[in-house]
Design a protein around this ligand. Structure first.
Ligand SMILES: NC(=O)c1ccc[n+]([C@@H]2O[C@H](COP(=O)([O-])OP(=O)(O)OC[C@H]3O[C@@H](n4cnc5c(N)ncnc54)[C@H](O)[C@@H]3O)[C@@H](O)[C@H]2O)c1
Length: 247
């Protein structure tokens, strides 16, 4: 049986851990040539040891010059998977201007830089697919203490629709995925850093209607679909993969 992403070249951001890593591995397992980037050299090194055929490169997606330089040497990219994101805890009252700027930079500007640097290549190729990782905490649903996170993830959904509308005639699709709470290293850190980690874990699980967290592999499976030729009529949409939390 042929693999679903055979002959595709895919660029992944935040590929060092969590959803980004699981998706890079799923793309690789489906036959794609994967270019995995992350700001964290250590986790990229581990990924390379585990999957020698995945190319790894240290890239800060919020660094415009570095993004432009890296993307300018790529010959073809069929799919861009943007997974960089950061969760700031708190309401608007706990969100200082520096928190606002940091989250806006990491969650939205990084995707703006990556999409802007890759789109000329996709236009030249006359095809392309962009997948952005949003969140159920966004324009889809408000969550307590997720003020700037939800604001910026709502912007990711808007950015996705805008790109989809502007480049639909050039055979470029742009979609986003809105995960619910997914087990990942940063989720574990959020639990560990809370005043009562045991209760925090219970609370996260209790708010999920399925009574469990999602796995990064469950998000990756949807990313594989969107990246594949099974999804060639799908653009501008946001797929919720959230165990029912946004129903
Ligand atoms: N885990 C969840 O519950 C959940 C839910 C909804 C959405 N998301 C979104 O999924 C994405 C991945 O989250 P996760 O929890 O799976 O992974 P994570 O938060 O554990 O890991 C994030 C990765 O991003 C990298 N990174 C951070 N800043 C970067 C930068 N400037 N440039 C390049 N890489 C950078 C980190 O080094 C790390 O490898 C994020 O966009 C997040 O907002 C996660």
């Amino acid at each position: 049986m042929s693999k679903r992403l055979e002959n595709k070249k895919i660029l992944v951001t935040a590929a060092g851990q969590g959803i980004g890593k699981a998706t890079a591995v799923a793309f690789h397992n489906e036959g794609a040539k994967v270019f995995a980037t992350d700001i964290n050299e250590k986790t990229l090194k581990t990924l390379k040891q585990e999957y020698p055929n995945i190319d790894v490169y240290k890239l800060d997606s919020t660094n415009k010059a570095a993004v432009e330089e890296y993307c300018s040497q790529l010959i073809t990219i069929d799919v861009l998977f943007n997974a960089v994101g950061f969760v700031h805890h708190g309401t608007i009252l706990e969100c200082d201007e520096k928190d606002w700027d940091f989250s806006s930079n990491v969650n939205v500007k990084s995707m703006y830089f990556m999409c802007k640097a890759i789109l000329p290549l996709m236009i030249k190729q006359k095809s392309g697919c962009i997948i952005n990782v949003a969140s159920c905490a966004s324009s889809l649903k408000g969550f307590p203490n997720r003020f700037v996170y939800g604001t910026t993830k709502g912007a990711v959904i808007g950015l996705t629709k805008a790109i989809a509308a502007d480049f639909v005639k050039q055979n470029i699709r742009c979609n986003s995925i809105a995960p619910g709470t997914v087990f990942s290293p940063s989720w574990q850190d959020r639990v560990n850093q809370s005043p009562d980690p045991v209760q925090a874990k219970k609370d996260f699980i209790a708010r999920q209607p399925m009574g469990r967290l999602g796995t990064a592999e469950e998000i990756a499976a949807v990313a594989v679909y969107l990246a594949s030729d099974d999804a060639t009529f799908t653009t501008g949409t946001t797929i919720s993969v959230d165990g029912g939390i946004s129903i």
